[in-house]
Each structure stands twice: as structure tokens, then as C-alpha cells.
Design a protein. Structure first.
Length: 402
């Protein structure tokens, strides 16, 4: 009996050591990463962020000084990309477009020669924006001005948890736990998951392996059951490249009906906490910050639960007022109409032109020591040049999650 127990214990010990050795040999993901590194295993958002960090690192500070940086979700990505494409500046698909050439040209016109770098990523929550500021915008990478475009979805989204995201997993190291625990880790389960994600390789990759297993089972099922109808792939147009306006608008309406389905007040409050932390971080690092409430179509606003948009704007006004940070309300003062939108939330080429001009007006006023007023937006003259049909590079094959 004693011999059997001893043998079982020895087997368990050997199995445990083999498991730990396997994880160690695979490379335990102890820390977050902001640099180039390897893209192996990174998802689309993480690859986007890695490329954005590389763009920031390569900004020619020795010639132009600290850059102007833009931050936010795909609501910020879309106007920067669309405005550049309109003028023939198509260098990357929207997911990897991290420098606004048109905004730089506009700033050059009034003698403000700065690089314009975008750290916007698909689906960026306020909590993600805080982490990007914390990890990227420091020391030699500190920007001259930070323009943060924000929207109600960045505070709550019924289709996701909104805190432990791809950006979180990319940037946060286990050594960051004391700093971020009050913002991100509330329960014992949160703490345990955080530690396991960064110390056990197989746990860290569990979702990827589960997806691969499900795909393999699905392929095997279709191969064995000849009566199953063939699976058809979606023929949706690449993001921002569709031409069927009605279909695009319908799809966007259905998507945001799901995103706004439930008013998640606890998540809203957690994201508000992250907004306070972001503004405090910019103050400590002497970064001039503008919070920009991005424009939305009337269709999109009508999808929100009653009172959500007002709650969102009241929160922005209260929090920016306390922090003495300028708030720019493009929905109220930007003069945007439905013709400025590609879908119910993303600006098209015309809206992108307006956005670039207005952000350039902010930068110009700041360079001249002029405080922001809504008149700065209303006085912007948006020209309507004939769009240039670009030679398309490899397009984004999937629409980024907002």
C-alpha cells in the first residue's frame, strides 16, 4: 500500500516537472512588450500596436522635435487613413496606417513642422488608451501634443469585457501588477488569471489552441458527413473599401445594436477611472492633452440605451473640467452630417478631411498659445478637392472591431 502511494506520488512529481519544463522550454510570457520583437502569436490588434510603436520610435525627432500623437479606436484610424487615401497617400492598409501625411502637410502650411503619428488601434477602450500612454509615451517618446479621440463605446460594449484586452495582454508585464491592480484586477479570479497568463505558456495559449481544435473538428465533420451543405465564406468588402452604402449602413446598425444592447454601468465606471488615470499621467509627464468627443451619425446615437449619450458627455465634461483638460465636442460643434460617414460611426474621405482640418486648427491654436473655443472648429474651411484614385496596396482583409 505504502509502495503504491510512493509510486503515485513519484509519478505525479515527474509529470509536474515535465509540465513545468515544457512551459519553460516554450518561453514563459512574463512581460509585456512595446517594441518590435517577434510578431509570432500576436493577434491583429497586437500587430497593429507593435507597428504603431515602431512608427513612433522612427519619428525623426532630430529634425522635427517631438511629434503630434493621435490616440483612439478605429473611429480615429478611419479619418486619418481616408484623408490620406483621398490625396493619393496610400502606403498601408488601414490596420497598419500609423502616420497622417495629410495632417503633417496641413501643419507645414502654418510653419509647424511636426510628425503626426497615430497610436489608434481597433476596439481601443479607455483602459487600453491609458496603458498605451503609460508604456509608449514616456522619456524620448513623449509627444508635443496628444489628441485622444473618444466615443461612448470606449466606456462600455455589450460584446466584450472591456478591461483585459489584446492591448492589455500585449503591454502589461507581471511586474506591473502592483501598479495596475486597482484599475484592472478586482477579484481573486482576476489576480489568478493575470498571474497564470504570464507564467504558464499553455494557459496563455489556451484560447488559440481551443480555436485550432474547434476548426480541426469542424473540418473533420465536413469531410466525414457528405450530406452537410458546403460552408460558404463571407464576401464582405475590406474595411472602408465597400461601395454598397445601404448594405454597409445596415451592417453597422446591426453591429452597434449589439454593442449598445446593455448599459453596463460598472464597466462604464471602471473606464472612467482609467480616464482619470490617463489625464493624471499626461499631467505628470507634461504632455499637452486634448480629449476629442468623436462625431457619430444620428442613426448610431438612436441605437444607444436612453440617457447613455448624455451620461457619457456629462462624464467627459465633469472629468476634463476637474483635470483642466480641453474637451472638444465634434458631435455638437464639428458640423458633421451623414454624408461625412462611411458607416454609422466611421468617417469617410470627406469627413476625414474635415477631421484633419479641425485637428490641425487645434494644433495651430496651441502653438500660438490660444485656448480652445468651439469657434476654432466652426471657422475651419473644408475644401472639396477631387479625390485621387490610389494604386491600392494589400487591403485589410477584415474589418477591425471598433
Amino acid at each position: 500500500m505504502a509502495s503504491n502511494i510512493k509510486k503515485a506520488f513519484s509519478s505525479a512529481l515527474v509529470a509536474g516537472l515535465v509540465y513545468l519544463g515544457l512551459n519553460a522550454s516554450m518561453g514563459i510570457p512574463l512581460g509585456g512588450s512595446t517594441g518590435a520583437g517577434s510578431h509570432g502569436g500576436a493577434d491583429q490588434i497586437q500587430r497593429n500596436l507593435i507597428a504603431a510603436g515602431q512608427t513612433l520610435e522612427s519619428s525623426p525627432r532630430h529634425l522635427l522635435g517631438d511629434p503630434v500623437v493621435l490616440l483612439g479606436s478605429s473611429l480615429v484610424m478611419s479619418p486619418l487613413w481616408a484623408a490620406d487615401v483621398r490625396l493619393g497617400h496610400f502606403l498601408q492598409d488601414v490596420n497598419m496606417h500609423h502616420r497622417s501625411l495629410h495632417m503633417k502637410e496641413e501643419m507645414d502650411k502654418f510653419g509647424y513642422h511636426k510628425d503626426a503619428v497615430s497610436l489608434a488601434t481597433p476596439g481601443q477602450f479607455v483602459s487600453d488608451a491609458y496603458l498605451i500612454v503609460d508604456k509608449h509615451l514616456k522619456d524620448k517618446n513623449r509627444p508635443e501634443i496628444l489628441i485622444y479621440g473618444i466615443a461612448p463605446r470606449d466606456f462600455m460594449d455589450s460584446t466584450t469585457s472591456g478591461l483585459v484586452t489584446s492591448v492589455f495582454n500585449q503591454l502589461v508585464a507581471i511586474t506591473d501588477m502592483p501598479k495596475i491592480k486597482d484599475l484592472f484586477l478586482e477579484s481573486f479570479d482576476d489576480h489568478m488569471n493575470f498571474v497564470l497568463e504570464r507564467t504558464v505558456f499553455l494557459y496563455h495559449k489556451r484560447t488559440r489552441y481551443q480555436t485550432k481544435f474547434e476548426e480541426a473538428v469542424e473540418k473533420l465533420t465536413y469531410r466525414l458527413d457528405k450530406y452537410l451543405p458546403p460552408k460558404t465564406e463571407s464576401a464582405a468588402a475590406p474595411f472602408l473599401m465597400g461601395t454598397d452604402h445601404d448594405a454597409i449602413w445596415k451592417q453597422s446598425t446591426e453591429e452597434y445594436a449589439r454593442r449598445y444592447k446593455t448599459a453596463n454601468e460598472p464597466l462604464f465606471q471602471k473606464q472612467t477611472k482609467c480616464l482619470r488615470a490617463l489625464m493624471q499621467l499626461c499631467k505628470e509627464r507634461n504632455i499637452k492633452l486634448y480629449i476629442v468627443a468623436m462625431p457619430l451619425s444620428k442613426t448610431n446615437m438612436a441605437l444607444m440605451p436612453p440617457g447613455l449619450y448624455q451620461h457619457y458627455m456629462d462624464t467627459l465634461k465633469t472629468e476634463t473640467g476637474k483635470a483642466n483638460v480641453p474637451l472638444i465636442d465634434l458631435a455638437a460643434d464639428g458640423n458633421y452630417g451623414d454624408d461625412d460617414f462611411y458607416d454609422t460611426v466611421h468617417l469617410n474621405q470627406t469627413g476625414g478631411e474635415r477631421f484633419i482640418k479641425q485637428m490641425t486648427a487645434l494644433v495651430k491654436a496651441n502653438s500660438q498659445g490660444i485656448a480652445f473655443t468651439p469657434e476654432l472648429l466652426k471657422n475651419v474651411n473644408v475644401e472639396s478637392p477631387e479625390p485621387v484614385k490610389p494604386q491600392l496596396a494589400t487591403p485589410a482583409l477584415t474589418s477591425p472591431t471598433l
